[in-house]
Design a protein around this ligand. Structure first.
Ligand code: FES
Length: 111
């Protein structure tokens, strides 16, 4: 019989820690815990729920809104991200400072 695992997820900006089942999205668990986070499509297509994974690991099938640069610097989409280890996440729009690059002023513009 398959047993669900739980992982601890710490939200840096909210200073809240929650338990998240391995088969639920971090966003779903956060809402159940009373956190309000940016949200849009809820299927990985719009990037509204992007947050920075500081420590840990997630699986996020369907996270099509992230480009290679964003993934490489740690962005995850909380609406589809499910934990596979304990995580520390910088959440909310406060974490979006490196999400976008202005191609007209960025010398090292990368997609
Ligand atoms: S809400 Fe649209 S990508 Fe997560």
């Amino acid at each position: 019989m398959y047993q669900k695992e739980y992982f601890r997820v710490d939200f840096v900006n909210s200073k809240v820690s929650i338990k998240v089942k391995s088969d639920e999205s971090i966003y779903e668990a956060a809402v159940k815990a009373g956190l309000q986070l940016p949200i849009g499509c809820k299927y990985g297509g719009c990037i509204s729920c992007a947050a920075k994974l500081r420590i840990g690991k997630v699986k996020q099938p369907g996270a099509t809104a992230l480009n290679k640069r964003q993934s490489k610097i740690g962005y995850v989409l909380l609406c589809v991200a499910k934990p596979v280890a304990d995580c520390v996440i910088e959440e909310g729009i406060e974490s979006h400072n490196e999400l976008y690059q202005n191609p007209f002023i960025s010398k090292n513009f990368k997609r």
